[in-house]
Ligand binder design. Structure first.
Ligand code: GDP
Length: 316
């Protein structure tokens, strides 16, 4: 049976939709009240009592640039706890295969673009999210260590910036894409003349729809053990997932304004951080493993906009 850890999050819920649509049996899920993933004893008891063959480790504390800058202790502690508990419990319970989900912020702030998997730990991290990044790097290294010591088939996947249905639209903690969708929509509806965008608008980001991400994870998990481990190495086993192209925050803001029907002025707020100047992933490893993204940014943004309006009472 599949266990999706973090099924209430944007990625976890997309994984559940994907596994259902792919005809897999209903994945096992646990609410936070049923199982606190930061508690080692609870996690071990759950794995010992439940028949789990495959784990999708999508549970994490995640957030945008403001939340990461303001609460680094929470980001490093919670993520280390959750992933350490699940990886060790999965090993003890004899889980056959595990997929650890990370993030493209694991790479050095000034990595060569597009960023290949081998760029990991070749330079200093971006300071606005280094605590979160270190937790995610530890997760990759744990999976590799369990492979080398125990022969575990524990794999890792590093997505670029994700967006889509189920995203976080809270302006204090969200990432840029849902934040701008919300800001431009509210301004358009209320007839406001101005929308503020953080930073200079110059940073570039790559965006991937969460349904593409779920399909990439499903694909990776169907690759036989020998094929996967001969495509990666024991000391660099993670696989980047992205769409292969990026866009400036200013161009993204224009797209959001057009999508939301906002025709007022866009103003940049230099008091807010820009973060990493550019984060475009090299996706050739994933491509060679037989998967490419299929949802365009325009299509994905339109669909996410429709989803946001339909769920306005929950998200606003
Ligand atoms: P990052 O990719 O880890 O830097 O995280 P974000 O998605 O939070 O931010 C990406 C970029 O978008 C940064 O340069 C932000 O300054 C910029 N940005 C512009 N407006 C906003 C906003 O309203 N919210 C967020 N989160 N970022 C914004």
């Amino acid at each position: 049976m599949d266990f999706v850890a973090g099924h209430n999050g944007m990625v976890g819920s997309a994984l559940v939709r994907h596994l259902r649509a792919a005809g897999n049996s209903e994945p096992i899920t646990q609410t936070r009240r049923e199982l606190d993933l930061t508690r080692q004893a609870e996690v071990e008891a759950f794995f010992a009592d439940t028949k789990i063959s495959t784990v999708y480790l999508a549970a994490a504390r995640v957030g945008g640039i403001k939340a990461n800058s303001e609460s680094p202790a929470d980001f490093i502690r919670e993520n280390l706890q959750i992933q350490t508990n699940i990886i060790e419990a999965a090993h003890r319970a004899g889980v056959e295969r595990l997929l650890f989900l990370g993030s493209s912020c694991i790479y050095p702030r000034l990595a060569d673009q597009p960023i290949a998997e081998e760029a990991l730990m070749t330079g200093p991290l971006e300071p606005t999210n280094d605590a979160y990044a270190v937790a995610k790097i530890a997760g990759i290294k744990m999976c590799e260590a369990y492979r080398r010591q125990h022969g575990s088939d524990f794999r890792s996947v590093m997505p670029t910036n994700l967006y889509g249905p189920g995203d976080n639209f809270d302006l204090e903690t969200s990432h840029v894409l849902p934040a701008l969708l919300r800001k431009f929509h509210e301004a358009a509806v209320q007839g406001e003349p101005l929308v503020q965008v953080w930073g200079s608008g110059k940073p570039r980001r790559e965006f991937l729809h969460v349904d593409d991400m779920a399909s990439a994870c499903g694909h990776l998990m169907t690759i036989p053990e020998g094929v996967y481990w001969s495509a990666v190495s024991d000391h660099c086993s993670h696989v980047n997932v992205g769409c292969g192209s990026d866009i400036s925050i200013a161009a993204l803001a224009e797209l959001m304004a057009a999508t939301c029907g906002f025709s007022g002025r866009i103003e940049y707020d230099p008091s807010m951080p820009d973060g990493t100047p550019r984060k475009l992933l090299d996706v050739s490893r994933m491509s060679a493993l037989g998967w490419n993204a299929s949802i365009t940014l325009e299509e994905g943004v339109r669909q996410t906009f429709d989803w946001m309006r339909k769920h306005w009472d929950e998200v606003s």
